[in-house]
Design a protein around this ligand. Structure first.
Ligand code: AMP
Ligand code: FE
Ligand code: FE
Ligand code: ZN
Length: 277
């Protein structure tokens, strides 16, 4: 039987809603052999998920989704199989978490200018289990306060890229994130390239140490997948994929929504020289 993996999963340590226990149960029920926790700018969920996975014989590999900025656009870089104790990685995560809190304050200010005056930074931050506070936390609060009817409206009306309360405030660039992950002994992967659309910088990222492309992602066309398979082959990049599950926070995806053959995980392990996180 083919062993399957889902390498893009969020927990409630960032903007997902699931606990490590809920994640491993869902992964087990989806018949997965291996998962990666890829929370935004935190690795706090990795150890508890590994622990929770023990009773299922489910492999959990180290992962993270780093927020970076390029020309005013959010770019997500996934990291896998890195050394969790790496000091530079710790500093990077701390810096991004600081950027996130500052950015949240600015988004709340923008909402105030738009007439929404009853949202405070402290209450949004209280929603995040780590310091990795993000737009989904704010969106949920807007829904709970009856200011929008659902998460979708919160993003469409206020928080999506280009909307009036959107702010990007990440000091790190995709190049910084790629070299950081590489130096920490891991594989750096450009997340959901079909949605981020920065194909023009892929060759430069490859020169900077990019090791993979997230080719397999939910809700994208076969043509898009084939296109990125072609780019990955051209640059000798590992192909990865996953569901980008966020628990109840993202209705259209769930753990196991995207399953990739375990051979692709083995290719990543080969790329880091057989080292395992
Ligand atoms: P942030 O990390 O604060 O920039 O928020 C990005 C996260 O917001 C993504 O990882 C998704 O979880 C979520 N997100 C982005 N766009 C949307 C959208 N249009 N609807 C719902 N969730 C979204
Ligand atoms: Fe997210
Ligand atoms: Fe992402
Ligand atoms: Zn994600």
């Amino acid at each position: 039987m083919t062993r399957l993996a889902d390498l893009h999963i969020h927990t409630f340590y960032s903007d997902g809603t699931s606990s490590p226990q809920e994640v491993v149960l869902a992964a087990h029920e989806a018949g997965l052999h291996c998962i990666a926790i890829t929370d935004h700018d935190t690795i706090d969920g990795f150890s508890p998920t590994m622990e929770a996975a023990q009773k299922y014989h489910l492999e959990v590999i180290a992962g993270v989704e780093l927020s970076t900025e390029m020309n005013g656009k959010d770019v997500h870089i996934l990291g896998y199989l890195f050394d969790c104790q790496n000091k530079q990685l710790g500093k990077f995560l701390e810096s991004n978490q600081g950027d996130r809190v500052e950015r949240m304050g600015r988004m709340i200010e923008k909402l105030k200018e738009l007439g929404i005056k009853n949202i405070e930074l402290e209450e949004v931050c209280a929603r995040a289990r780590s310091k990795s506070v993000g737009r989904p936390h704010l969106a949920r609060l807007l829904v709970e306060k009856g200011l929008v009817k659902d998460i979708r409206e919160a993003f469409d009306k206020y928080l999506a890229e280009g909307s009036p309360a959107y702010v990007t405030n990440f000091k790190q660039t995709p190049f910084d994130a790629v070299s950081l992950i590489k130096d920490a002994g891991g594989v750096a992967v450009l997340a959901h390239p079909m949605f981020t659309q920065i194909d023009e910088i892929i060759p430069r990222l490859v020169k900077g140490g990019l090791g993979g492309l997230e080719v397999y992602y939910p809700n994208c066309s076969d043509a898009a997948i084939q296109f990125y398979e072609g780019i990955a082959k051209k640059h000798h990049l590992v192909m990865t994929g996953g569901s980008d599950a966020h628990g109840k926070a993202k209705k259209h995806t769930y753990i196991g929504r995207m399953k990739i053959p375990y051979e692709l995980v083995e290719k990543m392990k080969e790329a880091v020289g057989g080292k395992q996180a």
